[in-house]
Write a protein that binds this ligand. Sequence first.
Ligand SMILES: Cc1cc2nc3c(=O)[nH]c(=O)nc-3n(C[C@H](O)[C@H](O)[C@H](O)COP(=O)(O)OP(=O)(O)OC[C@H]3O[C@@H](n4cnc5c(N)ncnc54)[C@H](O)[C@@H]3O)c2cc1C
Length: 64
Amino acid sequence: MIIDHDVIILGTGLAGLRAAVEIARKSDDGVNMAIVSKVQLMRSHSVCAEGGTRLYFARRKGTV
Ligand SMILES: Cc1cc2nc3c(=O)[nH]c(=O)nc-3n(C[C@H](O)[C@H](O)[C@H](O)COP(=O)(O)OP(=O)(O)OC[C@H]3O[C@@H](n4cnc5c(N)ncnc54)[C@H](O)[C@@H]3O)c2cc1C
């Protein structure tokens, strides 16, 4: 069986998921996308990141 995609993203950490969101947004959901991960979704290193991501969300809320 051959599966076709316009875009294949390797990795379901913050980088991969952010890329997927941006591609979907810019293409108005017009891109057939696959996201592939070596490890289970909730096992990427991004799950461990607290400080950097917390700062990002705090800035968006205007609390920093
Ligand atoms: C214990 C720990 C604590 C941390 N704490 C912080 C913190 O407090 N603040 C902070 O800013 N940062 C922190 N970091 C760093 C932060 O987690 C990373 O910089 C960030 O998550 C990287 O995101 P990423 O999407 O590039 O990679 P990752 O989240 O590592 O995702 C990589 C993805 O690629 C996939 N992948 C890898 N190889 C393959 C392959 N051959 N084929 C298919 N898929 C593949 C993996 O399965 C995974 O889904 C921490 C990291 C660790 C390990």
